[in-house]
Design a protein around this ligand. Structure first.
Ligand code: NAP
Length: 288
């Protein structure tokens, strides 16, 4: 049985993964900013799990929880980097604090946890790292630029890390859900002030109004059941193999298929550099 280390296991996808793997008899290190929120899981699966406090923005805490878990007999061989949230609003209307918090949580949190866990996976001769990105880690859309930026970064990190660690039998998978029923679009969603207040003076008023309506309609109505994500990851671990990219849910697949043409980079140009000559992209030679 594997030992899973799950970030953000208090709610949503992280909690659902925890329940699935514990129910299947695996062991788990449940981490949360407030570990009291997983006390019921510790009681239900007595001896199978421990809970430790972790804010993924804190690098030293990431190393501390890994060492503490090992001391308590829980050496992780599966890491699920799940903790994260959405920041939405027009880029120029996002505060510096919100931007930093989004990058520290969604991207640096993944980096710190990988750094803390990888030496132990290598020492054990293998393991799994599941980085929860998003379908928003493959396609960018107006109003979600910072969320897209962090999730694209996680996708890139996963792709590179999978190659870097393959020699040690460590599978790294980029896990990209579409919409799943969690608090993502509700209490967890951070909005720019102009979006939150629907500021009529904002040059982005129409975009903000459309987004406010979209997230209100989406909240808790998402088609995906997060338990399914747990089942997919459990299946990978029990089979001893994981694909590098896991796109989850029919809606994510539909999004993928609808926007696939964007990924062929219709405006791509290769611009060479002669020794004494500046070459510039020209409209006439644009690839279509
Ligand atoms: N639901 C979707 O439709 C969807 C789609 C694609 C990707 N995702 C991704 O899935 C992941 C989980 O989100 P969710 O849908 O389950 O949303 P959720 O219900 O809002 O849960 C988010 C979890 O992340 C934790 N978290 C946030 N910031 C943290 C921090 N600094 N340190 C530690 N934990 C932190 C939260 O802990 P607290 O309880 O302490 O706040 C909570 O456990 C996120 O990375 C999200 O971007 C979700």
């Amino acid at each position: 049985m594997a030992v899973w280390l799950i970030t953000g296991s208090s709610r949503g996808i992280g909690r659902a993964i925890a329940e699935v793997v514990l129910e299947a008899g695996h062991r788990a290190i449940l981490t949360a900013r407030n570990p009291a929120l997983v006390a019921d899981l510790l009681a239900r699966y007595a001896g199978q799990a421990i809970a430790l406090p972790l804010d993924v923005r804190e690098r030293s805490q990431a190393f501390w929880i890994v060492e503490t878990a090992i001391e308590r007999g829980f050496t992780p061989n599966v890491l699920v980097n799940n903790a994260g949230y959405g920041l939405v609003g027009a880029l120029e209307e996002l505060s510096a604090e919100s931007i930093l918090r989004q990058v520290e949580t969604n991207l640096l949190g993944v980096v710190w946890m990988c750094q803390a866990v990888i030496p132990h996976l290598r020492a054990q001769g293998g393991g799994f790292i599941f980085n929860v990105s998003s379908i928003a880690g493959y396609y960018g859309f107006k109003g979600t630029s910072l969320y897209n930026a962090t999730k694209f970064a996680v996708t890139g990190l996963s792709e590179a890390l999978a190659q870097e660690l393959s020699g040690w039998g460590i599978y790294v998978a980029n896990v990209a859900p579409g919409p799943y029923r969690t608090d993502w679009a509700g209490s967890s969603l951070e909005k720019s002030q102009a979006l939150a207040t629907l500021d009529p003076q904002s040059p982005y008023y129409e975009l903000n109004a459309a987004m406010a309506q979209r997230y209100a309609a989406m909240d808790r109505q998402q088609p995906g059941d997060p338990t399914q994500i747990g089942r997919v990851l459990l299946d990978c671990v029990e089979k001893g193999w994981a694909p590098m990219h896991i796109i989850l849910g029919d809606e994510a697949r539909e999004t993928w298929e609808r926007y696939e043409p964007l990924r062929v980079f219709p405006q791509l140009q290769f611009v060479g550099h002669g020794r004494n000559e500046v070459k510039r992209p020209s409209e006439g030679t644009m690839r279509r």
